[in-house]
Design a protein around this ligand. Structure first.
Ligand SMILES: Nc1nc2c(ncn2[C@@H]2O[C@H](COP(=O)(O)OP(=O)(O)O)[C@@H](O)[C@H]2O)c(=O)[nH]1
Ligand SMILES: [Mg+2]
Length: 393
């Protein structure tokens, strides 16, 4: 969310409030929130058949090969149409598996027309070996259309394993990675002279917590237009502390809008239960799912990592217990102390004062609850990740 969005919103809400149109002001905030949360993001993944596109898409969606809704991998591509894979928990984000680029007489322009280049926000060009002429032709055409592309060199785990098996005495992981990176850059440099060594990302979709996967995700974030950032961040796989932190900050930026909604709602006559208006339980449940700490995701993580104790390491009540509105109300009270209780009973006692007194306090209380819940859920996510895979940065 950028400052022009919030400035524009501030102006509209002020205008509505000056006219005494509190319901209208509330509508504006709600619409802004809904726009931020539902902006579509379409990412295209292209490369030769067999290069690892489908597996990479699964990794981006936080799915393993056998998970429900995962893209089929290791199969010969038969379709010539782009296949959409919506994010399992975030329907605004869609990854598109584009048809293979490896055909002889490949025509980049025709290919891009066929797959409707315009609908994508950016492109990922994957190769499991060196980049070839077709990849470069594609990149040049994408560049002409003023769209961004990123080069991903996949299956790095396989390169490392092969080399270690064949040359166990001289094997040096760092040197090998550097060599692969340089090879890729050299093959691209022939035509794309602004390619730098950090423009190629070495990834393993089997071990996204390693190599350049996190750096790639950070690069997308840095280069996305700000109105698309929130949906993007929400959809990220929880592969490293860095990604979890990025995600937390993205989610925090929207709490400010929720807070604005709470503040406006508190002066709209007749609205009093902010917990309900702001769908606090729903939001906090969203955080837990977003960080992969819901029952099912945690079980999956335990299975993948061979650790059976991850659930016991969790501290947030929202991760440990089912998130009911009772739990949320209890936490709201606990986290905001006795003052909240006193004012609340005061408001019940004099209904006319309800909006004036409980409003701002409740808005503040809801804000505090969302902020602290997000913070502790993100912390639990880091603990789970660290326990599962060591300590990926
Ligand atoms: N070792 C390793 N194998 C991979 C990786 N990504 C994909 N593969 C394997 O490469 C084969 C082709 O992958 P797939 O995703 O179906 O490629 P696509 O045809 O481009 O969609 C499958 O057997 C995958 O399991 C990876 O990061 N590491
Ligand atoms: Mg495929």
């Amino acid at each position: 969310m950028d400052s022009s969005t919030t400035e524009q919103l501030g102006k509209e809400v002020t205008e509505a409030l000056e006219k005494g149109d509190t319901a209208g002001a509330l509508e504006r905030v709600k619409k802004c929130l809904s726009d931020v949360e539902n902006t579509p993001l379409n990412v295209a993944i292209t490369g030769e058949s067999g290069s690892g596109k489908s597996t990479f898409i699964n990794a981006l969606r936080g799915l393993g090969d056998e998970d429900e809704g995962s893209a089929q991998t290791g199969v010969v591509e038969t379709t010539m149409e782009p296949t959409p894979y919506p994010h399992p928990k975030n329907k605004s984000v869609t990854y598109w598996d584009l048809p293979g680029t490896g055909t002889p007489n490949f025509k980049a322009r025709e290919y891009l027309n066929k797959v409707q280049l315009r609908q994508y926000d950016f492109f990922i060009i994957i190769a499991s070996e060196r980049f070839k002429e077709n990849h470069i032709l594609l990149a040049e055409e994408i560049q002409k259309m003023n769209k961004k592309f990123y080069f991903v060199r996949s299956k790095i785990d396989r390169d490392l394993r092969d080399s270690q098996e064949r040359r166990p005495k001289t094997f040096n992981e760092k040197e090998l990675l550097e060599k692969i990176r340089q090879d890729c850059v050299n093959s691209l440099k022939v035509n794309l002279n602004n390619i730098k060594s950090d423009s190629v990302f070495l990834v393993s979709s089997f071990q996204p917590e390693k190599f350049d996967f996190s750096r790639l995700l950070k690069m997308f974030e840095d280069e996305l237009p700000s109105h698309k950032r929130y949906v993007y961040l929400r959809a990220l796989p929880n592969i490293s502390s860095q990604v979890i932190e990025m995600k937390k900050q993205g989610l925090q930026s929207v709490i400010l809008l929720v807070m604005a909604q709470a503040a406006v709602a508190s002066i709209v006559p007749g609205l009093s239960d902010l917990n309900e208006i702001l769908s606090l339980s729903y939001r906090i449940r969203g955080y837990v799912e977003c960080f992969g700490l819901d029952e099912k995701s945690l079980s999956n993580l335990e299975e993948r990592s061979g650790r059976s104790d991850l659930k016991h390491l969790m501290k947030s009540p929202f991760v440990i217990h089912e998130i009911t509105s009772d739990l949320v109300s209890r936490e709201l009270k606990e986290r905001n102390g006795a003052a909240y209780m006193r004012l609340k009973s005061f408001c019940n006692w004099i209904p006319l004062l309800s909006a004036a007194v409980s409003g701002p306090l409740s808005a503040g209380a809801c804000f505090k609850l969302l902020f602290s819940a997000l913070d502790e859920i993100a912390k639990d996510a880091k603990v789970a990740l660290e326990a599962a895979f060591g300590c990926p940065e």
